[in-house]
Design a protein around this ligand. Structure first.
Ligand SMILES: [Zn+2]
Length: 171
């Protein structure tokens, strides 16, 4: 009956409980990409790390280079520790990330911050981090909270399932 426990849930729970500092830093990175209109980076990471597509497949689907995709994946692994943990976090929170609306808009070659109206010269990540830190933190906190709830709900339902499954010895 122990196979009812999915080892992935134990890993995810341990991850959420013990290294939330690293998760926070990874979530911050992903949230910033979404807020600055670079959701394509998050999509690329999901395809590469979670869906296990090759860098060249992801590159051709999204119009990025293989080099960029490896670079993004490397940043993510540096933040969370290893590929496996990156897989767990991204697969759990991808749908939540995709709901984040950008606060930086592109008008042709110009980038405008929708919160303060300033025109931005770079990707906007530095601007958002410096001036709208609370927006980033709110999203990270919400995602982390939902992630914890999801993992513990799954654990609870597996325990429930296990408690209601007759053991093979009694058959
Ligand atoms: Zn702004």
């Amino acid at each position: 009956m122990w196979e009812l426990f999915n080892p992935i849930d134990f890993e995810a729970r341990a991850l959420v409980q013990n290294v939330s500092g690293n998760i926070t830093s990874l979530l911050e990175y992903l949230v910033l990409k979404m807020l600055t209109g670079n959701g394509i980076v998050v999509e690329a990471l999901k395809m590469y790390i979670v869906d296990e597509m090759s860098p060249s497949t992801v590159a051709s689907k999204l119009g990025l280079s293989k080099h960029q995709i490896r670079g993004y994946a490397q940043r993510v692994v540096e933040k969370i520790g290893d590929f496996r943990k990156a897989f767990l976090v991204i697969s759990e929170v991808y749908d939540l990330l995709m709901r984040i609306k950008p606060i930086v808009s592109n008008y042709g070659h110009r980038k405008i911050c929708m919160v303060c109206g300033r025109e931005l010269s770079t990707s906007g990540e530095d601007h958002v981090k410096r001036y709208h830190r609370e927006v980033v933190e709110d999203y990270v906190y919400s995602i982390l909270t939902i992630l914890k709830i999801r993992v513990s709900k799954r654990m609870a339902s597996r325990i429930h399932q296990m408690a209601n499954t007759p053991s093979t010895s009694s058959l």
